[in-house]
Design a protein around this ligand. Structure first.
Ligand SMILES: [Zn+2]
Length: 84
């Protein structure tokens, strides 16, 4: 069983489940995808919550991915990082 966070969803009061999510970002035609990111997701409305500092770490990872994508000039592809 997955562990449950004690606080309910602030949007709908639903239960938060810890799970791995994937998100895609686009910047000036360059796409990067980050998957396997651990976060809390509401079982009802699917609102995503990060642990303290989690959103900052994710933003940093995305910034690095864009740097790699731009350096490699992979304008037609997607740079993917799987953290799982
Ligand atoms: Zn919710």
């Amino acid at each position: 069983m997955k562990s449950l966070m004690r606080i309910p969803c602030t949007e709908c009061g639903g239960t938060l489940r810890r799970t791995a999510i994937a998100q895609e970002f686009e910047n000036e035609g360059v796409k990067v995808r980050l998957s396997g990111v651990r976060a809390w997701v509401c079982s009802k409305c699917h609102e995503i919550y990060f642990e303290p500092g989690g959103a900052d770490r994710m933003a940093e990872a995305v910034r690095c991915l864009f740097a790699v994508a731009l350096a490699e000039k992979q304008h037609k592809g997607t740079v993917i990082a799987d953290l799982s």
